[in-house]
Design a protein around this ligand. Structure first.
Ligand SMILES: Cc1ncc(COP(=O)(O)O)c(C=O)c1O
Length: 390
């Protein structure tokens, strides 16, 4: 069987070697502690699951949903944007429910990218931005995220000919994997750049509800002019511990929402209605409940940062997101360091180069790990003397 060439555009799975080593450890009876996956261990709130129990019994919810969702769900999204960010959006024209943000992000490239077009993609970044571009026949221009620039793409370094051929810019703040945040002055710069080069801005805002020390992340759409140039992707996955239910939304420019609806309505049939009712319930969760959940992650963040500092790694505590981004000691590559930690301490972290070439030299630790695994993982790391390398 000959498969389509687009499958060859997906880079080889970088974690194959580490997965093989984890399996070998398990076979030896060694329990590995993983800081790898960004998938909340904290359960979906009970009242949200209760809503599924209740609405799953209604026979109309057993039938096909609409691609553009229940009007009640779209209205709940608009109300949530109003109360959380102070933005008024039209729930019929500027909101589109998604089967998780990943689905919308993957499909969005089909709306903007013709073969040969360029997408500006953060490096390191969530891999779906680049893979979606390649599947649509486009090319990626990496925008390096580096510490000196606060992990924000330097727009002035994008060559003029690249900007001319670019149709889309992907951004993600709070950021996976660096944990960085963006402020409104940066978003203003992005909007000016997008307007002057006629580029659509796709902002992935999946982590706005996971923040620490009283910090409240911005929506890109709060910034004047954003609705003219872009879309924001949101997810209930990380906001309300709902990764397993697959529910999110795109909000923003009405023409772009309509274009995404054309793609989606031809390829999927929307979110199951009962899951949309769960989403409505979730978006009514109080700030206090979110603060309590974030206090759990914040305490984990602090313990992780403290332990890493103790063994000589310099780490800045992130203001938001579920990730701690750590520069590996001199002489190591990301993969070498991750492998050594697994070899010597039975602890898994993610090698930064898996998120793009500029992720080389870093590893990522996720805070979505149970308290007992966290304690054991930190105990193992704390006693580690990292072998020196030239
Ligand atoms: C930056 C980013 N965007 C999108 C997603 C996917 O979100 P969802 O679960 O809504 O598909 C993730 C998941 O890890 C992510 O890290």
């Amino acid at each position: 069987m000959e498969f389509a060439k687009r499958l060859d555009t997906v880079p080889p799975y970088l974690f194959v070697e580490i997965s093989r080593k984890i399996a070998a450890k398990k076979a030896e009876g060694i329990e590995v502690i993983s800081f790898g996956i960004g998938d909340p261990d904290i359960p979906t709130p009970t009242k949200v699951v209760d809503e599924l129990r209740r609405t799953s019994l209604d026979v109309p919810n057993h039938r096909y949903p609409e691609t553009d969702g229940l009007p009640e769900f779209r209205k709940a999204v608009a109300d949530w944007y109003k109360s959380r960010f102070g933005i008024a959006v039209d729930s019929n024209k500027e909101v589109l429910p998604l089967i998780g943000a990943k689905e919308g992000i993957g499909h969005a490239s089909l709306c903007f990218i013709n073969p040969g077009d360029i997408a500006l993609v953060p490096d390191p970044g969530y891999p779906v931005y680049s893979v979606g571009t390649w599947f649509a026949g486009g090319e990626c221009h990496w925008m390096p995220l580096i510490e000196e620039n606060g992990w924000l793409p330097d727009l002035s370094s994008i060559p003029a000919d690249v900007a001319k051929r670019s149709k889309v810019m992907w951004l993600n703040y709070p950021n996976n994997p660096t944990g960085a945040v963006a402020d409104d002055s940066y978003f203003k710069e992005v909007i000016e750049f997008a307007k002057s080069h006629d580029i659509a801005v796709m902002h992935d805002a999946c982590y706005t509800e996971v923040a620490y020390d009283g910090y409240k992340p911005l929506s890109f759409l709060e910034v004047s002019g954003a609705m003219e140039v872009g879309l924001e992707f949101h997810s209930l996955s990380k906001s309300y511990n709902m990764t397993g239910w697959r529910v999110g939304m795109a909000v923003g420019n009405a023409d772009m929402i309509e274009a995404l609806m054309v793609v989606k309505s031809n390829l999927d049939s929307g979110i199951p209605n009962a899951v949309q009712y769960m989403g409505i319930e979730a978006m009514n969760i109080t700030d206090e409940e979110i603060d309590q959940r974030n206090a759990v992650y914040q305490s984990r963040r602090d313990r992780v940062v403290q332990t890493l500092n103790k063994i000589g790694l310099e780490v800045e505590p992130p203001k938001a997101s579920l990730y701690v981004w750590v520069r590996v000691p001199n002489g190591y590559t990301s993969a070498e360091f991750a492998e050594l930690l697994l070899e010597e301490r039975d602890v898994v972290v993610t090698a930064g180069n898996g998120y793009g070439p500029s992720g080389e030299g870093y590893v990522r630790l996720s805070l979505t790990i149970s308290e007992s695994d966290l304690n054991e993982g930190l105990r193992r790391i704390e006693g580690w003397e990292i072998p020196l390398k030239n």
